[in-house]
Design a protein around this ligand. Structure first.
Ligand code: SF4
Ligand code: SF4
Length: 389
């Protein structure tokens, strides 16, 4: 495993961080397969991963209330006596803060769930302009100051999908930020805060953690033929996962890449890649740029990353799978096979035509998608009956 210094925290972090948002589940998202997840985390820690990231709502069916990821992780760390060996990162559910006291209430609950008396890195989760304005009115910075002075939190940061101007504004408002978690992969250099945000983090020595390194799986699943052709002409052969991760690790403004791993196989592969000091040279960079161009040129789909923050829809629409099946259909260019998948995977009342355009999901989309408009495209493509394919 290779390690980086996480900005001004001075923590030596493994450049692969273990995200616990996509642990294996059975049935619904709150049912973690604990023996499998335990094996994955144990292997990860024993093989050099020292940063584990979770959040208040992870592994809750609704991704808004209290989730089981923190509870599972708390049990795992306690039973295996790993707490002091790892850097524990979790996030405050900013969207649920209604009054000043809520900051402490959530933090206390998280400490109990995690069975610890301190958090190494505490991030304000998914800051947006309205959320930042709201929690600022509730004196969030006083709360953060208190967390640091009491020692219950060692390092403060935030996660966000905002544009670079606003990212810089937030960073400049509070000199005690030490970490920021932003979205980055080779398709998103100029999307959200992108490379300019990372450059600024480096300039002010705020540690950078990366989310969506594989863009919700889009960079590694159902790869278009045009993209495969570019990978094949590269001198150094790498898997699509390896290309995506090495691209990030070769950036000097990236400290830690979080990977939300779902199987032991993924953990083993990612650790192997993270332990290999693989240089992405100028020729490789050109290949990556061509691949990004091909993805953009070949995709008529949407930018959904399958993060699930928009769910559940009050009308029962399976937003994530509707948007994903549409994307796969655009990439595979096999309408009948895609339609078969769409109609068999998604129940009748959860398909795109059940959307009533109420827009309740809009504020939660991390990619700022106009979800009802995207669902309308899905409906226009697939219709409401399999028959017409
Ligand atoms: S706009 Fe459509 S998908 Fe979004 S919450 Fe309303 S019904 Fe559900
Ligand atoms: S529609 Fe937006 S919030 Fe929902 S899964 Fe896709 S990217 Fe995430």
């Amino acid at each position: 495993m290779l390690y980086n210094t996480l900005g001004k925290t001075n923590l030596k972090v493994s450049r692969l961080g273990f995200g616990t948002m996509r642990l294996p589940t059975k049935g619904s998202n709150d049912q973690i397969v604990e023996d499998e997840a335990t094996e994955m985390l144990t292997y990860g820690i024993e093989n050099g991963i020292n940063l584990i990231d979770t959040a208040y709502p992870y592994h809750n069916v609704e991704l808004s209330g209290s989730g089981n990821s923190e509870i599972f992780l708390g049990n795992f760390l306690k039973e295996n006596s790993y707490r002091d060996d790892i850097i524990l990162s979790t996030k405050s559910p900013t969207w649920a803060i209604e009054k000043k006291e809520d900051f402490d209430t959530f933090l206390d609950e998280q400490l109990k769930k995690l069975q610890t008396d301190y958090i190494d890195i505490y991030l304000l989760h998914s800051l947006t302009e309205p959320i930042w304005a709201h929690i600022n009115d509730l004196n969030v910075l006083d709360f953060l100051d208190d967390c640091l002075s009491s020692g219950v939190v060692k390092h403060i940061g935030f996660s966000s999908h905002i544009e670079v101007d606003y990212l810089i504004e937030i960073l400049d408002e509070y000199p005690k930020w030490e970490v920021a978690l932003t979205q980055m992969n080779y398709l998103d250099e100029y999307y959200q805060s992108g490379v300019m945000g990372l450059n600024y983090l480096k300039e002010i020595n705020v540690g950078s953690m990366i989310m969506e390194p594989l863009r919700g799986g889009r960079l590694v699943n159902n790869i278009p033929e045009e993209v495969k052709a570019w990978w094949e002409i590269a001198e150094v052969k790498r898997t699509p996962v390896e290309w995506a991760l090495q691209y990030l690790w070769n950036r000097d403004d990236v400290d830690c890449v979080l990977s939300g791993m779902t199987s032991l196989k993924q953990v083993k592969e990612n650790i192997k890649y993270a332990s290999n000091e693989d240089i992405i040279n100028e020729y490789d960079q050109e290949i990556i740029r061509e691949v990004a161009r091909q993805y953009k040129a070949s995709s008529l789909g949407n930018d959904c990353t399958r993060c699930g923050y928009c769910m559940p829809c009050p009308e029962g629409v399976d937003i994530v799978n509707c948007l994903t099946e549409y994307n796969i259909a655009q990439m595979m260019r096999d309408p009948k096979a895609s339609a078969m998948q769409y109609f068999s995977l998604i129940g009748e009342n959860s398909r795109a035509d059940s959307c009533i355009s109420c827009e309740k999901c809009l504020p939660f989309c991390t990619q700022m998608l106009n979800i009802p408009e995207e669902l309308q495209k899905v409906y226009e493509y697939f219709g409401s009956e399999f028959d017409h394919f």
